[in-house]
Design a protein. Structure first.
Length: 179
């Protein structure tokens, strides 16, 4: 006996890893591209901040060592949030250290010795560059009405500006009567 044909229209199976979203058009690839660039740069800044945490030297050792560690912890926590935004949109995020290296825009610092004041300046420059990148990603997400992404990015801009505030104040040299 022939099998009865199922009259219900078959639901088209979603390709694996393609989380469904109501965002349309080029929204997903454009937002994912911007977010994946940020994932790479957050990883790069995390490693550099840890590098400086490990290699800082001098009379402010304890202050800078602890400040850099606080910043590294905050930066590392952001990586997962950014990468998971990409997955929530159904796109792929980064897979490897090789992809991070290929996509990052922040420069490594492999010098054997970096003066503490140069560490502060370099981290300030990198955090400022990150804010520029965050604002650009915000514009893309905003254009597509992706308020969840813009909301995450707004918090991350505030965090990067707070890190810059601390780095800037720590870099101020003493003036006047030696205070
Ligand atoms: Fe440590």
């Amino acid at each position: 006996m022939a099998k009865t044909k199922d009259t219900k229209p078959a639901r088209k199976a979603a390709p694996r890893l393609s989380t469904q979203t109501d965002l349309s058009g080029n929204a997903v690839p454009e937002i994912a591209e911007a977010l994946n660039g940020l994932v790479a740069d957050y990883y790069a800044l995390y490693i550099k901040t840890k590098n400086f945490h490990w290699h800082v030297s001098g009379p402010h050792f304890r202050d800078y060592h602890l400040l850099f560690d606080e910043h590294a912890t905050q930066i590392f926590a952001s990586v997962d949030v950014l990468a998971e935004r990409v997955r929530k949109l159904g796109a792929r995020t980064l897979h490897s250290v090789g992809e991070i290296a290929a996509r990052k825009s922040l420069k490594d610092n492999d010098k054997d010795f970096v003066a503490p004041e140069d560490m502060l300046m370099e981290l300030m420059d990198d955090n400022k560059a990150l804010v520029v990148e965050l604002r650009a990603a915000h514009e893309i997400a905003d254009k597509h009405g992706d308020v969840a992404t813009t909301s995450v990015i707004e918090t991350f801009i505030d965090e990067a500006e707070r890190r810059n505030w601390f780095l800037f104040e720590a870099s101020q040299t003493t003036t006047g009567a030696g205070h």
